[in-house]
Design a protein around this ligand. Structure first.
Ligand code: 5CA
Ligand code: ZN
Length: 419
């Protein structure tokens, strides 16, 4: 999968310290990466509709982590996926009479353009589900061999010329740590599983929560050669497990996504990682949900504010980014015109404050931005620190030569705001 161009990250005097984030598994503030290297897996889009503000907020949140790590001198390996074949994508293509591959390719391209405009650093490894199918099929075969997965008979007409092979499901009862990521009770898990793409009522499963690893060919659905599994397509959770493990190894620092991915997706993908002998992510980080008119913004509800629409309307993407950064990544918040107007005014004010050659001493401002980001990516506090510097620059001014340049570089490198 092709990524988007990497923006330049300017050098800022000094260096950031350890970056701490709240691990959603324990609720505790922990150091996000303990060594000199950091491995980050952020779940990518399912490309059946354009990037909305909720997606943008989630990718901007992890972009802050990426930038804070770089500022702390860490070598970052950022990995992401594109779920370019899955039920919602195929359903949307059928509803709208589009070719599913065309839909996925177009929306993936639009996402790349949106991320470029928003100044999000691209992943170093970026893989689609489709291009990963051979590795996923081999992995599912290995889980079957080890007795950690089982076959479920398919209905008449399914399964191509080998219907006897059946679909393949993971056996969650084989995993004593299942449930460790989200920490939910049984009733909550079954309800969320059904709501978020699972099939608790599928006959033949050992446990209602067992997730699909390999779905056999169905009439009218795309299918690929799965070797001993028979023709079909991969399940969703195993896609992320396999991509993360291939790029980052059996254990890595952070897996991230919106809070709606905590269960079942991250619970299941981590369970699959354990079934493969690894551990998956050491820390799970989840962003709050962005809404519109009091409801979570979602492709299925259709209450979307699209990044591409705002761009087409002439909105400065940096104002969009600043509007997102005005909210802490773990809070739920609503997009509205005021949010954008406030961000636009802030951006103009910053531009004015940064337009001279001299200004107030930048060092304490840069330090305050670093401190805010290191403490659970507190972007609103970082913005307030820049506001204070801008207030001083515009009121009393200052005599430190080159101060605006230093602040501008810090805003660019750490917050991804290019003025
Ligand atoms: N392809 C899978 C992940 S492997 C997927 O969930 N794709 S998605 O397109 O539905 O969502 C992409 C990312 O945006 C996920 O991290 C999801 O949690 C996040 N997201 C979706 N809606 C919102 C929202 N309203 N607010 C914040 N984040 C959101
Ligand atoms: Zn994922």
């Amino acid at each position: 999968m092709r990524t988007w161009p990497a923006p330049h990250v300017p050098a800022v005097p000094g260096q950031g310290g350890d970056v701490k984030v709240v691990d959603s598994t324990t609720g505790e503030l922990v150091v996000a990466a303990t060594g000199g290297r950091a491995g980050l897996y952020v779940c990518g889009i399912t490309p059946y509709d354009a990037t909305h503000l909720g997606h943008a907020a989630t990718y901007i949140a992890f972009d802050l982590l990426h930038r804070a790590w770089l500022d702390a001198g860490l070598e970052v390996h950022y990995v992401s996926n594109v779920t370019d074949v899955d039920d919602p994508l195929l359903e949307r293509a059928t509803q709208t009479g589009q070719d599913w591959e065309r839909l996925a390719a177009d929306q993936t391209q639009l996402f790349a353009e949106d991320m470029t405009a928003l100044g999000v650093l691209p992943p170093h490894t970026y893989l689609g589900a489709v291009e990963t199918i051979p590795t996923i099929a081999t992995t599912v075969g290995a889980l079957l061999e080890r007795g950690l997965a089982y076959r479920v008979p398919v209905e008449a007409g399914a399964g191509g010329d080998r219907p006897d092979l059946g679909d393949v499901y993971a056996d969650i009862s084989a995993d004593p740590h299942f449930g460790a990521v989200a920490g939910l009770d049984h009733d909550q898990t079954v309800a969320l599983f059904a709501e978020r793409g699972g099939d608790p009522d599928r006959p033949g499963k050992r446990d209602p929560l067992d997730p699909a690893l390999w779905r056999r060919e169905r009439p009218g659905e795309p299918a690929w050669d799965g070797g001993g599994l028979g023709t079909g397509r991969p399940g969703w959770h195993i896609e992320c497990t396999v991509i993360a493990q291939a790029a980052l190894g059996p254990e890595f620092d952070v897996q991230g996504g919106g809070r709606d991915l905590c269960f079942p997706h991250h619970e299941m993908s981590t369970a699959h990682a354990r079934a493969l002998g690894g551990a998956g992510a050491r820390v799970h980080v989840h962003t709050g949900m962005v809404g519109l008119g009091g409801e979570k913004m979602s492709k299925s509800l259709g209450n979307l504010v699209l990044v591409s629409r705002l761009r087409a309307d002439g909105v400065d993407p940096m104002a969009v980014r600043l509007a997102v950064l005005a909210h802490h990544y773990r809070t739920d918040w609503d997009w509205d015109d005021d949010v954008l107007a406030t961000a636009t005014a802030r951006l103009e004010r910053w531009r004015r404050a940064l337009s001279g050659n001299d200004g107030p001493d930048p060092d304490s401002t840069v330090a305050a931005v670093r401190t805010a980001l290191a403490a659970d990516l507190d972007a609103p506090a970082a913005l307030r620190a820049v506001d204070s510097w801008a207030d001083a620059a515009l009121s009393v001014g200052g005599h430190v030569e080159g101060a605006p340049g230093v602040v501008a570089r810090a805003i660019d490198a750490l917050l991804g705001i290019r003025l």
